[in-house]
Write a protein that binds this ligand. Structure first.
Ligand code: UDP
Length: 323
């Protein structure tokens, strides 16, 4: 059996990647401390409980399963918290990854697909954003991911590590078969919050700023379906077997939707009125973030299939209303 170690395999994107791995004929071995991940989300392979900072446990799991590659999701992802408590982010995300890479070297695992983010670009001068755009993260979360990308490049030169970083734009939606979905606690992301209002679980959603230089004044983001993201990890991992890949690829659709458009679309999809209130800007939010995904398409042969925002919201709604 071709084992692949998936750190953070019980999390939102990690669990969707496990499903995609199983479908492609691999056995996903989830390594997760279940601090934010969910045991119910591990359905396509074994769950090995453990912390990313626990080098001995990581070594044990690598020795037991001898994976051909690692897909590394385990990380803290709350931007605001990273500003308040950067030590937590550098320790878990950066030091945790260094420990993982050491364990991989000890056990002869040479391939890693790394879950990165468009937060490495900070506030871009030009949108859509190409991979060659300057990296100026503006918060410790984005900085921790960018530092890891640098580490991966240096380990490649020095130790022959084969790696690729995937910079996600706004991951959204849920497994179209309804087997998995987004379940963060606390929830901070726009689409699940909007759907909670539709469901009656929250009274309203706050729009963070209506005075941006965008068509309707609200922030524009590039929402990309989580199952499309999952597929990109398999392609990237397979790409590491053969031809030379770039160090990083953007994963987005290249199309933007404003906060107001997302709310309006969610009203159409759910058939319910969604109460929205006006709030101040959220610190550190750029007006517009859009991917230029051409390299992922041409070099990873990635074809996102669920690019319509209505489709993304519809899969998320099917999941969320059933929770
Ligand atoms: N947003 C909002 N209200 C909320 C949550 C998010 O207006 O309660 C906006 C946020 O300012 C951003 C967009 O929705 O422009 C997407 O935010 P999210 O937190 O989902 O993802 P991010 O862009 O931070 O990765």
């Amino acid at each position: 059996m071709n084992n692949v170690l998936v750190t953070g395999g019980a999390g939102y994107i990690g669990s969707h990647a496990c499903k995609a791995l199983a479908r492609a004929g691999y056995r996903p071995v989830s390594y997760d401390n279940l601090a934010y991940g969910h045991e119910w989300a591990v359905k396509w392979g074994p769950l090995e409980k453990g912390d990313i900072l626990d080098a001995a446990r990581l070594g044990e799991v690598l020795a037991a399963y001898k994976p051909s590659a690692v897909i590394h999701f385990a990380a803290f992802i709350d931007v605001g918290e990273s500003v308040r408590d950067p030590a937590k982010y550098y320790r878990n995300n950066l030091a945790g990854t260094l420990g993982l890479l050491d364990a991989m070297r000890r056990h002869g695992v040479e391939k890693i697909v790394f879950s990165s983010t468009c937060a490495t670009y900070g506030i871009p001068d030009i949108v859509p954003i190409a991979e060659s755009a300057p990296q100026h993260p503006i918060n410790p979360y984005g900085a921790s991911k960018w530092m890891i990308e640098r580490v991966l490049a240096d380990y490649g030169h020095a130790y022959g590590l084969r790696s690729v970083a995937l910079r996600y734009f706004n991951a959204a939606g849920a497994d179209p078969d309804g087997e998995l979905g987004e379940d963060h606690d606390p929830e901070t992301h726009l689409i699940p919050l909007v759907l909670d209002v539709a469901k009656g679980a929250r009274p309203n959603v706050t729009i963070f700023g209506e005075d941006y230089a965008t068509q309707d004044g609200t922030c524009v983001r590039d929402y990309v379906h989580v199952s499309d993201l999952a597929d990109a990890h398999i392609l990237a991992m397979q790409g590491l077997e053969g031809h030379e890949l770039r160090s990083a690829y953007n994963l987005g659709t290249g199309e933007g939707h404003s906060v107001a458009q997302v709310i309006a679309c969610a009203e159409r999809v759910t058939g319910r009125k969604i109460a929205a209130t006006r709030g101040p800007r959220r610190p550190g939010d750029p007006a517009t973030l859009l991917a230029d995904p051409s390299l992922a398409k041409s070099e990873l042969h990635w074809t996102p299939r669920r690019t319509a925002i209505s489709d993304i919201i519809e899969t998320a709604w099917r999941w969320r209303r059933g929770r």
